[in-house]
Design a protein around this ligand. Structure first.
Ligand code: NAD
Length: 259
């Protein structure tokens, strides 16, 4: 575990803010899953440096489903199948269990918070483990479809299947959208982990929390859009390492931690 002395002091401060808070929520982005082997979209080693993001625009998906699906399988399904939660996911689950955390609002679509044991998770951008039929609206488990023949189609009506995630140009699903902003408006502490703050409307969530008077703690390996504008306490470091240390200061154990 490589947490420096200066980071230690900041993490201790974070623990004491969390202990004194009445309603803490976490807001997580792709960075929390990097130590699980899932690359982020942006930043160093970001997927959009290599691939065409426009294939995940809804119009493009409908016009070129085979090409979009080939990218989806490469980006998500190959990486996600092998990925396991890391110490940061387990730490949030333990914080919830020990009443230090009410809700995780995640932009991620990888299900790793639930795999780690978090119970109250709001999936702001959906989940790749579900598919939706664009014709009849049926929802199907991804495990039940054949990803060797692309694009997959609905067994009921023959319509095109799409991962139940928010594509560029699509509205955020309800009720996750309403619940997420309600939680942001009522919390007194928000823990932002591994998010650039570039994807809207998700990026408004910490802004709403700050406006409602919440303390903002941020963990990221580099500065984000939030760091200067919103963050009260910035801890520069890897999510898994910092969160593992945070649970030590909160005196809760993460027996499942992997990092
Ligand atoms: P992003 O891809 O835009 O940025 C990732 C952020 O994580 C950056 O700020 C980076 O500095 C930080 N980071 C990288 N490694 C880290 C680490 N080890 N510890 C802490 N921070 C680290 O991510 P975003 O802002 O969450 O937004 C983008 C969109 O990407 C979301 O809509 C989400 O659906 C999607 N996405 C999800 C996954 C996933 O489900 N795991 C993966 C890729 C993209």
């Amino acid at each position: 575990m490589s947490v420096s002395k200066s980071q230690n002091g900041l993490i201790q401060q974070a623990a004491s803010l969390i202990k004194n808070a009445k309603y803490t929520i976490a807001f997580t982005g792709a960075g929390i899953s990097v130590e699980s082997g899932i690359p982020p979209f942006r930043g160093e080693n970001g997927l959009w440096n290599k691939y065409d993001a426009s294939l995940l625009e809804l119009d493009n998906f409908q016009q070129h489903p085979k090409e979009s699906w080939q990218l989806l399988v490469k980006l998500f399904y190959h990486h996600f199948e092998k990925a396991q939660p890391n110490a940061a996911h387990y730490a949030l689950a333990e914080m919830e269990k020990n009443h230090f955390l009410k809700t995780v609002i995640t932009q991620n679509i990888d299900n790793l918070h639930q795999d780690a044991g978090s119970k109250h998770v709001l999936e702001f951008h959906g989940n790749t483990r579900r598919q939706i039929c664009l014709s009849c609206g049926d929802i199907i488990d991804t495990d039940e479809i054949n990803l060797n023949s692309l694009p997959p189609h609905c067994e009921i009506c023959g319509g095109l299947l799409k991962p139940d995630i928010t594509f560029f140009g699509e509205a955020i699903q309800e009720p996750a959208n309403t619940y997420a902003f309600t939680e942001a408006g009522r919390c007194d502490l928000i823990l932002i982990i591994g998010s650039t703050g570039e994807v809207y409307p998700a990026a408004f969530i910490p802004e709403v929390a700050k406006e409602a008077g919440a303390n903002v703690i941020e963990i990221n390996i580099e500065l984000s859009n939030y760091t200067i504008q919103l963050t009260d306490l910035f801890i520069q470091g890897k999510a898994g390492e910092v969160m593992q240390k945070l649970t030590e200061f909160l005196k809760i154990s993460t027996s499942h931690s992997q990092t």
